[in-house]
Design a protein around this ligand. Structure first.
Ligand SMILES: Cc1ncc(C[n+]2csc(CCOP(=O)(O)OP(=O)(O)O)c2C)c(N)n1
Ligand SMILES: [Mg+2]
Length: 520
């Protein structure tokens, strides 16, 4: 039996019709009618997560894995505000996260009623669309409710996808489950326009005819480009005149500065928005950037371009040097060894040093919350991802990011396919690498939040298999175990390093490259 709240039933029926399969649900009484319905519905699987901030990132990870909209359902009040970080991340990653909040009826807002705040636009600019459903009383309001839900679920998938917010006011009594069937709801379908073949061939021709074209894709990573740009220095022969930028954010500041030297950039993205990252944008095309990139790569195989070849040779040579470089025991040594052995798995990297090291050593696409670069949800995103796949899911993460998001592990749905490589250097090691900051006596204790915490207790509490390593042989053996051990529960390897060898391993790598002068 379903709830007797009509807007909740219309919402549930339309979630099913729009293909939603998974919902992350958070505890609460106001949203219990929605949670009840989602659970009752045979087409939707529910995953409980208590901390809404973590729940939002769980849903983000699931939507990444499934490539479909995923619901996160919260109760009223601050519960909704706790979704903001994940929603902002989803906005910039173009992930169809559907935030569903229960609310009091509008007449009770700002009347000092409990757990109440103005909810309808609370997620502000970080959602593609926000709707607040009526509680239907007649055919007109029923139609309105249906239309609003359709509008929101269409917006979640339009223009490359993005988060939306559906606010659901529910009048008491809340707990009556008397409806046998969900209503037959009208589905409104939206069909996106493709980029025209003429536009595709125009963009491709511009690329191939340019003297020095460069394709920058939207992955969280641009493997080795940071190192390449540092080596190239002022050498004009490497500066592109035409950049084709396929959206997404770029990790390396150095790379961004370098691409600002190009004469012009053309952008292809799903929304058609102006993202003038390199300050030389002249054209924006609305379309599927990855499809354009694939087409250009295909054309380059048939018709190799000397400038692209020059860059490919440089990157291949740096790749060789990266393989040859033997870092001292450090985070870098751990990521290098891990990437050497992980094969083609789903790997989530947290922000800070982890993703920077992935940029050097990973030779496959990786996941990273690079939309807004927050450190707060990486573990939850990987955990959510792991719940909806049977493939192994790895999360490579620094200590501050890990302890911040430890609630991700407080979850009985986790399975043995979640594997965590925790790089514990006792602080935000990244702050060791910011020239000038060492002059501040506040650096270690207050900016980098130095600590002596280990994950062992957290693992014990949450039934996570715990491994640790404090030197090179232990780290290698630990990673071998992390990659291969059979386990029905998640496994975590905590690699203890110190920030100063972590920093020197990276600096020596750049010096090693410089000496080799890998330019051809
Ligand atoms: C929500 C949030 N708060 C603060 C920051 C700023 N910040 C960026 S990196 C970093 C340190 C991360 O430390 P850790 O996870 O230990 O990684 P390490 O730098 O040691 O590799 C911080 C605090 C952020 N990106 N996001
Ligand atoms: Mg750290």
């Amino acid at each position: 039996m379903y709830s007797n709240k009509e807007n909740v039933n219309i919402l549930t029926a339309l979630l099913v019709r729009h293909g939603v399969q998974c919902a992350v649900v958070c505890p609460g009484s106001r949203n219990s009618a929605i949670v009840h319905n989602l659970h009752e519905c045979p087409d939707i699987q529910c995953f409980p997560v208590t901390d809404e901030r973590s729940a939002g990132f769980y849903a983000l990870g699931m939507a990444q894995a499934l490539r479909k909209p995923v619901v996160v359902c919260v109760t009223s009040g601050t519960a909704l505000l706790n979704l903001a970080p994940a929603v902002a991340e989803a906005y910039y990653q173009h992930i169809p996260l559907v935030a569903v909040s229960a609310d009091r009826p509008p007449q009770w807002i700002d009347q000092l009623d409990g757990q109440t705040l103005p909810q309808p636009d609370a997620l502000g600019r970080f959602v593609r669309k926000a709707v607040s459903l009526p509680e239907p009383t007649d055919a007109d309001t029923r139609w309105y409710c249906n239309r609003l839900v359709n509008e929101a679920l269409i917006a979640a998938r339009q223009c490359g996808g993005g988060p939306v917010h559906i606010n659901v006011p529910i009048t008491e009594p809340l707990f009556e489950y008397t409806v046998a069937e969900l209503p037959q709801e009208r589905l409104i379908e939206s069909v996106a326009a493709d980029m025209s073949p003429a536009t595709l061939s125009h963009v491709t021709r511009m690329f191939l005819q340019a003297k020095r074209p460069m394709l920058i894709t939207g992955q969280p990573m641009n493997p080795l480009l940071d190192e390449a740009v540092s080596l190239v220095g002022e050498d004009e022969t490497y500066i592109p005149d035409f950049v084709l930028y396929i959206g997404g954010s770029i990790v390396s500041k150095r790379l961004k500065r370098f691409l600002r030297k190009a004469k012009e950039t053309w952008v292809v993205n799903a929304t058609g928005e102006v993202t003038d990252t390199f300050m030389n944008l002249t054209h924006v095309f609305q379309g599927d950037g990855e499809a354009v990139a694939d087409h250009i790569r295909f054309m380059l195989v048939m018709e190799p371009h000397p400038f692209v070849q020059q860059w490919d040779a440089l990157l291949a040579s740096i790749r060789q040097q990266a393989e040859a470089y033997e870092p001292v025991y450090s985070e870098m040594a751990a990521v290098k060894y891990f990437e050497h052995h992980v094969g083609d798995a789903e790997v989530h990297y947290a922000n800070s040093s982890a993703i920077r090291l992935a940029n050097i050593f990973a030779q496959h696409p990786v996941w990273c919350n690079r939309g807004v670069n927050g450190i707060e949800g990486s573990l939850s995103t990987a955990a959510g991802f792991s719940c909806v796949t049977s493939k192994p899911v790895f999360c490579v993460i620094g200590d501050l990011s890990f302890f911040y998001d430890q609630n991700a592990l407080w979850n009985q749905n986790l399975k043995g396919n979640l594997r965590i490589l925790l790089l514990n250097n006792g602080k935000g090691g990244i702050f060791e690498m910011l020239p000038g900051l060492e002059q501040s006596p506040a650096r270690d204790a207050f900016v980098a939040a130095e600590h002596h915490t280990s994950a062992e207790g957290i693992c014990q509490e949450n039934d996570i298999v715990y491994l640790s390593a404090s030197d090179m042989p232990q780290m290698r053996a630990g990673i071998d175990t992390l990659l291969n051990i059979e386990s029905s529960r998640p496994v975590l390897l905590e690699v203890f390093t110190s920030p100063s060898p972590d920093a020197t391993a990276l600096q020596s790598f750049f010096m090693f490259l410089d000496k080799k002068d890998v330019r051809t």
